[in-house]
Design a protein around this ligand. Structure first.
Ligand code: ATP
Ligand code: MG
Length: 371
């Protein structure tokens, strides 16, 4: 990485502080989300008395920014193995019943069945009492999301800079920094999900920046007395996933890396702009060193596979390759199409150009956030 002046460094740091302060969701919004969660759970219990809604995603990891969506999983018991098998079978009924019930209760609710996993999308529009538009996704069979959320949370607890990096990269705040503002955080438009950005930030912090900010929690040996439920997860009837990661983070020594978030952000942009080989490499945070090749994963040409719901299909593209840390056959960035990848790459380069050449970083806020 090129040297930058002390003044530039200072500026980057102050700027990252500003983004983080702006991005934090107001306390009132968090409280309204928790109230919504309770109300939804009560409605779910009317459909199935043992129903529970388990939150995951940014509300749990703490990476939420103003107007982040609420991600939850519908389950019918304290343990995942008590989820009824028929939820993901062709004639599953509960999601349909719940969709109608929520519509009766005044929610704007739509069940998506052509997605990789069935999702019930809800919107609660702002009212006089509640000034926030709330978006909630209810999933029915994506239990791995709870495990990967816990791993992201554990990484975040390892070092306070993790959360700051995540928020800076995908902020939806008024400043709407980078990915959101530059329109490269939209899976429906050929670019990358927030989860995908979280994984590529982790790869940088674990494997690229020196000294490393984070250890790789998935390469620690499994202690002998670990319960099997922490090592593998068996999805109703089919696949088995290795979900082990090291959790006793208080036993780990702190990183010797003392860079501030501004410097880390700059290194992150530089790496994906000029070093990462988009055409050849796969980001794989479970792997020592963090990289595999597309060739060795067999991720070379796009394939269409049947989805988990009736008549659904999943198109797997590998233009940008980010391996899910648990579901290792899943390319988290399969939503990225050709133009989307081109835009993401160009945005990384643009960010670097602005930081390197414009006023020693002083115009970074205006330039990176400009439409
Ligand atoms: P935001 O605040 O922008 O909503 P988020 O951290 O909640 O960010 P999302 O992209 O909403 O991130 O994803 C929420 C969770 O859903 C992730 O933690 C992950 O468990 C799961 N998820 C999202 N996208 C994918 C994907 N492409 N593949 C696998 N799991 C995903
Ligand atoms: Mg979310």
């Amino acid at each position: 990485m090129e040297q930058i002046s002390a003044e530039q460094n200072h500026y980057l740091n102050d700027f990252s502080k500003l983004i983080i302060a702006e991005a934090a969701p107001p306390a009132a919004e968090i409280s309204v989300k928790h109230t919504l969660l309770k109300r939804l759970e009560a409605i779910c219990k009317e459909v199935s008395p043992d129903a529970q809604l388990i939150p995951f995603g940014s509300l749990v990891t703490g990476f939420a920014t103003a107007s982040s969506d609420l991600d939850v999983i519908f389950t019918v018991g304290p343990h995942f193995d008590q989820s009824p098998d028929d939820l993901s079978s062709p004639d599953f009924r509960i999601p349909h019943i719940l969709e109608s019930k929520l519509q009766e209760e005044g929610f704007d609710a739509t069940l998506l069945t052509k997605t990789r996993v069935p999702i019930l999308k809800l919107v609660q529009n702002a009212t006089d009492e509640n000034p926030f538009d709330l978006h909630c996704d209810i999933g029915f069979s994506n239990h791995l999301a709870v495990f990967n959320t816990n791993m992201l949370l554990t990484y975040s607890k390892c070092d306070p800079r993790v959360k700051k990096m995540m928020i800076s990269v995908k902020s939806r705040s008024k400043i709407k920094w980078w990915a959101k503002k530059r329109h490269i955080n939209n899976t429906y438009r050929g670019t990358l999900s927030s989860y995908g950005y979280s994984l590529i930030v982790l790869h940088y912090l674990i494997n690229i920046v020196k000294p490393a900010v984070l250890p790789n929690l998935q390469v620690f040996p499994v202690p002998e007395d670990t319960p099997t439920t922490e090592i593998v997860f068996e999805e109703a009837g089919d696949d088995i996933f290795d979900i082990w990661f090291y959790k006793d983070i208080n036993a780990l020594s702190k990183s010797s890396n003392t860079m501030h978030v501004g410097e880390l952000l700059r290194g992150f942009f530089e790496y994906y702009a000029y070093t990462f080989q988009w055409g050849r490499e796969v980001v794989s945070i479970r792997t020592e060193g963090g990289l595999l090749t597309k060739q060795e994963k067999g991720w070379v040409t796009a394939v269409v596979r049947p989805g988990k719901t009736e008549n659904s299909e999943v198109k797997n593209r590998y233009l940008f390759a980010v391996e899910d840390p648990f579901e290792i056959e899943h390319n988290v960035s399969r939503t990225c199409n050709g133009p989307g990848v081109g835009r993401i790459k160009e945005e990384f380069r643009r960010a670097v150009r602005l930081i390197r050449y414009r006023d020693g970083g002083k115009t970074m806020s205006e330039c990176l956030c400009m439409e």
